[in-house]
Design a protein around this ligand. Structure first.
Ligand SMILES: Cc1cc2nc3c(=O)[nH]c(=O)nc-3n(C[C@H](O)[C@H](O)[C@H](O)COP(=O)(O)O)c2cc1C
Length: 414
């Protein structure tokens, strides 16, 4: 039988009624006080259900001396029976888990903090991190089932969605590094993508991690200079390659994050804010911030968002003439899908009509095709603004660079 590691404190047990006694004091761990703790809503029912298919192993951040009351509290709250182990410090719990993994075949761990995630990594199982004292227990059995049935990469990709609410805890460095390594492993034209990381920096969705993915020619030019070469390609062409490298890297990071239980969301205003980002991160010339990506443990679990029907996306042999019927069907699928999720109402994201036009939509009928039309039909930031940001980063875009290319090329040859 597969096993599930369940964290007690904060995950299934809400001990906040004891906080006034002073966390860690002898009073805090008095039997009578501990027995008054509340079970986190939904946790008992969920674990009862899971206990029919899995062995439950409870782990708590409390002294071993509290084992009898812990057992008593679990029983009186209606939790199913299971092996219980207790360790007050993270190091003790790590040692316990190392011992447990020899004895049990873990499929998942459920906790509420990033250090629980570290325990799950140690066991090598699915890591489910719920909100402290308020976890979404209803979704847990399905997440475990999906994990067991998974075809890992494709399933992860098919259920990915942008996340716009996060828990405050940041993932451990080990996970962050793995995600960036996965980003680096994307196909590349010239490794022209690099990543800046900021922790706990203000961002629209209050995510603990903020990445800035850049088109980076600085590093390549340093290497070429050491070999006695100069970059000869014109800026527009090299930017196309650089944007592809950086974008593929960014998306690899998104999928890697999703696969370890993290959520993310891109922030697309980045290129227009290059001058600010250069100062903030002290970027050298020839590094252009392409897109930002917020990331962290999700505090929401929305369904994946709709996409066009496949016959509006995949064309074999030749690009077809798109019939009225197909266009209408694609629009219907997108609009109905977004309305069903109440997506724009939840985000309160109706784009205002410019020029004093009368508003005829409400969130009952405002959906994706109207949103896209308003967004891309009214948004006219000038090309000059972007060209200026590129120029500041050392990417002058003009056909004149052909001359420079010829000059550099002859230098290289010489
Ligand atoms: C280049 C790019 C820029 C984006 N910029 C933003 C943004 O500024 N704010 C935001 O909330 N979402 C942003 N997104 C996320 C999109 O809104 C989201 O991917 C799209 O609506 C599809 O939804 P899904 O990712 O949940 O499937 C951006 C996505 C991309 C690829």
């Amino acid at each position: 039988m597969k096993a599930i590691l369940v964290f007690i404190d904060g995950t299934i047990c809400d001990a906040s009624q004891r906080y006034h006694l002073g966390i860690g004091t002898p009073e805090f761990y008095r039997r009578e006080e501990m027995l008054k703790d509340a079970a986190v809503p939904g946790s008992v029912q969920c674990l009862q259900e899971l206990a029919q298919r899995y062995q439950l192993i409870y782990i708590g951040a409390r002294p071993v001396s509290t084992l009898p009351y812990t057992e008593e509290w679990l029983a009186q709250s209606g939790f199913p029976k299971g092996h219980i182990c207790l360790g007050e410090t993270p190091a003790e719990r790590l040692a316990l888990v190392r011992d447990l993994r020899e004895k049990f075949d873990f499929v998942a761990g459920v906790g509420d903090r990033w250090d629980d995630n570290q325990l799950h990594l140690e066991i090598g199982c699915l890591s489910i991190i719920l909100q402290e004292h308020a976890g979404d227990w209803a979704g847990v059995p399905q997440r475990i089932l999906n994990y067991q049935r998974r075809q890992p990469v494709v399933t992860t990709m098919l259920k990915r969605k942008s996340i716009r609410r996060y828990l405050p805890e940041a993932p451990p460095d080990e996970i962050i590094e793995t995600i960036v390594r996965a980003g680096q492993q994307a196909p590349f034209a010239g490794q022209m993508g690099s990543v800046l990381l900021a922790r706990n920096k203000p961002n629209p969705y209050h995510a603990p991690l903020l990445f800035t993915i850049c088109v980076d020619l600085h590093r390549l030019e340093l290497i070429m200079a050491r070999r006695g070469w100069k970059l000869a390609m014109n800026n527009l062409s090299i930017l196309f390659f650089g944007i592809q490298d950086a974008a593929l890297m960014a998306e690899n990071m998104v999928i890697a994050a999703e696969s370890v239980g993290l959520g993310s969301c891109f922030l697309g205003g980045t290129p227009y804010e290059a001058d600010r980002i250069i100062k903030e991160y002290r970027l050298p010339k020839r590094v252009f911030p392409l897109v930002q990506l917020v990331m962290g443990y999700p505090a929401e679990d929305p369904p994946p968002r709709p996409r066009y029907p496949l016959d509006y996306a995949l064309f074999e042999d030749a690009y077809p003439e798109l019939s009225e019927e197909l266009v209408a069907r694609a629009m219907k699928e997108m609009d109905e899908g977004y309305l069903k999720q109440d997506y724009y109402r939840n985000l309160d994201a109706m784009v205002e009509l410019e020029g004093g036009q009368e508003e005829r939509y409400t969130y009952d009928n405002y959906s994706w095709t109207e949103h896209m039309s308003r967004k891309w039909g009214q948004w006219f930031r000038s090309a000059d603004e972007l060209l200026e940001q590129l120029r500041i980063c050392g990417f002058e875009i003009s056909t004149g660079s052909e001359e420079t290319r010829a000059a550099k090329s002859s230098e290289n040859e010489g």
